[in-house]
Design a binder for this molecule. Sequence first.
Ligand code: SAM
Ligand code: ZN
Length: 508
Amino acid sequence: MPLHPTHPTLYQIIICARSREKNFFKLNLVIKNWQTKFSTSNRIRSLEKIVKMDNEFNVITEGKASILFPKNNKVFYNNVQQFNRDISIAAIKIWSKIFSEEKLNKAQQKKGSDINIQSSSKPSKTYTFTILEALAASGLRSIRYAKEIPNIKYIIANDLDLDAVDLINKNVEYNELSKDFVRANQGDACSVLYQHRSFPDRFDVIDLDPYGTAAPFIDGAVQAVEEGGLLCVTCTDLANLTGSNYPEKCYANYGSIPVKGEFCHEMALRILLHTLSTSAAKYRRRIIPLLCCSIDFYIRIFVRVVTSPVEVKNNPCKTSMLYVCTGCHSYYTQPLAKVTGKNTYVPMVGPIVNNSCEHCENKFHVGGPIWTHSIHDKQFVLRMLEHVKESNNETYQTHSRMLGMLSVIMEELDIPLFHNLSALAGTLHCTSPSLKTFCSAILNKGYKVSASHAMAGSVKTDAPMSVIWDIFRSWIQLHPVTMKNIKENSPARKILAIEPRFYYTSKC
Ligand SMILES: C[S@@+](CC[C@H](N)C(=O)[O-])C[C@H]1O[C@@H](n2cnc3c(N)ncnc32)[C@H](O)[C@@H]1O
Ligand SMILES: [Zn+2]
């Protein structure tokens, strides 16, 4: 329990010290070690400091961390990002299990190798790993990682801002963690990353959680992460990534042009993955997306990075240009290359679309390139989901939201982008069928359909646009639109001028 005395007297300090002492016995191993190292008078001196801190700071408790946050509010704290931190803790826990299993398998394969297994009885549980939080602010995230994720060797909590670094140190102390375990560091994130490019200095996990874009840190991060290590990246500059702002700004940061569309939050994930994949490719490394989430006003992705020059060659087949009709918003993706023979890559013939849209005769916007391969590893998501199901609100205060998001992601089809039912109905000026009715019609036509976690009312499907519009035409036969309200050259008129080839029935 954080202490908040207004004017601590020596008596109060001793009382506080005693009550804290009781709690010490309930706390974890780190604190037990701490107790054995220091005498009572040292402890009282340290607690005096903590009591003084309580006067200058507000204390925010999140997960197992209690964080001092200056009352004058100089260092960034964003409680809305608690979900980000909760899901990151779960993701790192599962990644570390996989990482450990892989190391164990390797070690078993080459017996007598120099890989350091610290305990011969249960070696799978004793692989330790390092974390760099490159932009750590108050240190909240690093301290939560330190207290909530097992088998961490040490964490570097880095920030450019001296006040932030000072605060990280205070928070490490306040949380009774060793400064060797959570190492506050002042530096530019890029410099820190570039200083750790070579083995054995690399980090097993690198967390980038900046204000706005993570783009300036990506080149360093893809080099400084260990083989099979984990990159956790947040971007909050969604106005750029979703195309609602300046496409040239997105191109400058990510090398991709965003196009406006209902799918824009998933497009943002795919733009960031494109940047990560092309950045890693320069160093003969490829990315393996584990989980990519669109959350409120930001995106958060978890990818592994592996050196694999052969797989890097496949990147253009996993990357596509995007065509979006300016009238009816039909969209199409076209990969940049294909494989014709064993390891022979050729450019695609294109574009995949006509000069104008086959449905409404409007022109296309060209966007991309974007990553169009898988954005989640379902085996990984399943393990996360099982772990979250076994946890509760105490472990993750955003537990129910985590369960919801991971469950939807588990069901998400591995198909790029999605439609929005109300937007499709809006294009045709008709009432919208229910999601259930529309999805049943798609299934009835022999195509797959799912929701996307990135938007309520989303429809992810492999059904071509011709089938989507046909389902709407047949729906409109039963639920007519008032044609006099529809402009002469509008997409709705063009699409509805064609008779439906498929007739909607209540069984669809
Ligand atoms: C969004 S906050 C980090 C929040 C933190 N990750 C958390 O979960 O609580 C961004 C931090 O990045 C720091 N920062 C900005 N540019 C930086 C740079 N080039 N190198 C290191 N830190 C930087 C800022 O001082 C700020 O504290
Ligand atoms: Zn069109």
